[in-house]
Design a protein around this ligand. Structure first.
Ligand code: ZN
Ligand code: ZN
Length: 469
C-alpha cells in the first residue's frame, strides 16, 4: 500500500491522505487548512494528477469539521467520478456547513477581508450532495476502484469526537495476506456529555494512522472531566452570584452542544439558578437542531437528551438588544471559540472584559496569537501581579484592561496522549503513522510509542512524501 499525506502533517491543518492499494485510489478526508485562505488552504491534489495512472476512486470523510471536509467540493470537481462515503449524520451536517462556508468565502471577498476567489459556490454543492453515500456504523462496504485487482472493504467506527464522527477500517489482500488499516481521524476514547466514547475494531491491525492533537499537552492527561466540570460550575456560580455575565466562547460544531448539555445538568441539579437566561446565536443553533434530530440513530449517552430541551434565548441581532442581554446575570454560549475579530464572542468579550463581576470561560483549543490566546496569556500574567494587564481583543478597539475573571477548562473532543498510547496497546499495530499534530506533539508520541512498544515501527509522514507501508 502506498500512503501520501496531501495536507500539512506538522500542524493541525488540512487532513487529507491518499492511499493506493493495487488498482484502487482512496482518499481519507478532504479538509482545508483553517490558517490559510484560497488555494493555499487546499490539500495537494496535484500530486495525484502528476502521476499517470493514479486516480481517486473513493473518498471517505470522517466528520464535518472543516479541517476534514472543507475541500470536498474541490476534490469532487477534480475527480468527477469519485464516490464519497460518510455517516448519515456527517452528510446532514455537511449539507449545512459547506453552503455556509461557500457564503462566508463569497462575503469575505466582497467585504475585502480576503482577496481569494471562493473555492466553491453554493450552487455547485446542490448536485454534489446527491453523490454522498451514507453508511451505518460497523457495516462493511465496498471501496474497490475500477481497476482494482483485489477488493477493498471499508467499515466505519464511531470516533467519540463530534456528531457523526467515525474512524475507518480498511481491509484488503496484499501479496496473498489479509491486511487491515485503521485511521482514527479525530478520536476520543472517553465519553463527553452528549457523545459517548469511540469504538475501535478488534485487534490486531497492520497499520494504524493515528491523530496526535494533544501529544504535546501534559496537562490534558492530568485533568478529568469531572474535575473540569466542577471548576466550570464553581466559576459560573461565582459570576452569576455577583450578578455578572458569563461568556463561554465555543466552536459551533461539537463544543457548543456539549457545553449546553453541561449547563443544563447544573440547572437540573439546582447548582445554578434555573431562571438564569442562556443565550445562543448563529449556526450553533442550526447544528444543535441536527444533534437533536439524529439522537435516535447516532451514538448517544442519553437519547432522550435534546440540546433544544435546554431553555435558551436567541441573542438579539441589534447592538442595543445585545447590550440589554448583558444586563443582569446571564450565560452566553456563542462562537467563535478562538474569539476571532468580528464574531459574537469577541464583541461580548469587549463589553465585559473590564467588568470585575463578569467572567470569560474558555473551553476549547486556542491557537497562538488568536484573541482567546492573548486573553488567556494576559490573565495568566495578571495572576500574582498588582498591575492590571491589558489585552487587545480587536485592534480597532485597542488595548483594554482585563478585570473580569478568565479561566481555561479542558473539555476537549480529542483523547489526551496517554489514551492514544493506550489505543496503540489495544490495536496492536505493526506500524503507526502519526498525523494531525504539531511537530512537538508527534515527537512525544513517537518517543513514547517507541519506548513502550519497541517492535512497532513509527513513521511521521511528511507532506507529499510517498511511503510504502
Ligand atoms: Zn475534528
Ligand atoms: Zn481535526
Amino acid at each position: 500500500m502506498l500512503f501520501i499525506a496531501l495536507g500539512a502533517t506538522d500542524a493541525v491543518g488540512a487532513s487529507c491522505h491518499f492511499l493506493k492499494i493495487d488498482g484502487t485510489g482512496l482518499v481519507l478526508d478532504a479538509g482545508v487548512d483553517p490558517e490559510e485562505g484560497g488555494p493555499a488552504s487546499l490539500p495537494r491534489f496535484e500530486i495525484i494528477h502528476d502521476h499517470a495512472g493514479w486516480y481517486v476512486d473513493h473518498a471517505i470523510i470522517t466528520h464535518a469539521h472543516h479541517d476534514h471536509i472543507g475541500a470536498l467540493p474541490v476534490l469532487i470537481r477534480e475527480f468527477p467520478h469519485v464516490q464519497v462515503h460518510m455517516t448519515r449524520a456527517t452528510r446532514d451536517l455537511a449539507e449545512f456547513t459547506l453552503p455556509a462556508s461557500a457564503r462566508l468565502q463569497a462575503r469575505k471577498l466582497k467585504e475585502g477581508s480576503s482577496s481569494h476567489e471562493p473555492l466553491f459556490h453554493e450552487k455547485d454543492l446542490e448536485y454534489q450532495s446527491y453523490l454522498y453515500l451514507t453508511h451505518e456504523l460497523e457495516t462493511p462496504f465496498d471501496v474497490s476502484g475500477l481497476r482494482a485487482e483485489t477488493p477493498v472493504t471499508a467499515e466505519l467506527y464511531t470516533a467519540g469526537h463530534i456528531l457523526g464522527s467515525a474512524g475507518v477500517l480498511l481491509t484488503f489482500e496484499e501479496d496473498g495476506a489479509e491486511r487491515r488499516v485503521f485511521y482514527t481521524s479525530d478520536t476520543n476514547l472517553r465519553p463527553q456529555t452528549i457523545i459517548p466514547g469511540g469504538s475501535y475494531p478488534a485487534p490486531p491491525v497492520d497499520v494504524l494512522i493515528l491523530e496526535s492533537t494533544l501529544g504535546a499537552d501534559p496537562e490534558a492527561e492530568q485533568t478529568t472531566r469531572k474535575q473540569e466540570e466542577r471548576k466550570f460550575r464553581e466559576a459560573l456560580q461565582r459570576i452569576l452570584g455577583r450578578g455578572g455575565t458569563a461568556l463561554v466562547p465555543v466552536f459551533a460544531l461539537g463544543r457548543a452542544q456539549e457545553m449546553l448539555a453541561v449547563i443544563d445538568r447544573f440547572k437540573e441539579r439546582g447548582q445554578i439558578p434555573e431562571d438564569v437566561p442562556v443565550y445562543t446565536a448563529g449556526s450553533l443553533r442550526a447544528i444543535a437542531d441536527l444533534y437533536d434530530k439524529s439522537r435516535h440513530f447516532t451514538p448517544r449517552r442519553d437519547p432522550d437528551f435534546q440540546v433544544f430541551g435546554v431553555d435558551q434565548k436567541r441573542l438579539p441581532r441589534s447592538n442595543s438588544g445585545k447590550r440589554g442581554a448583558l444586563d443582569g446575570p446571564s450565560i452566553h454560549v456563542v462562537s467563535s471559540g478562538m474569539m476571532f475579530e468580528r464574531t459574537l464572542s469577541n464583541w461580548i468579550a469587549q463589553q465585559i472584559v473590564d467588568d470585575k463581576d463578569s467572567g470569560i470561560l474558555l473551553v476549547g483549543f486556542a491557537k497562538e496569537d488568536t484573541p482567546a490566546a492573548r486573553l488567556r496569556e494576559a490573565a495568566a500574567a495578571q495572576n500574582g501581579s498588582d498591575m492590571t494587564q491589558e489585552v487587545i481583543l480587536d485592534p480597532e478597539k485597542g488595548p483594554q484592561p482585563v478585570k473580569c475573571e478568565v479561566h481555561r477548562f479542558r473539555f476537549s473532543g480529542h483523547s489526551h496522549r496517554r489514551d492514544l498510547i493506550q489505543l496503540v496497546e489495544q490495536l496492536q499495530p505493526k506500524k503507526v503513522l502519526l498525523v494531525h499534530g504539531e511537530a512537538e506533539a508527534r515527537e512525544w508520541m513517537e518517543d513514547n510509542i517507541q519506548f513502550f512498544y519497541p517492535d512497532v515501527e513509527v513513521i511521521r509522514p511528511q507532506l507529499g512524501e510517498p511511503l510504502e507501508v
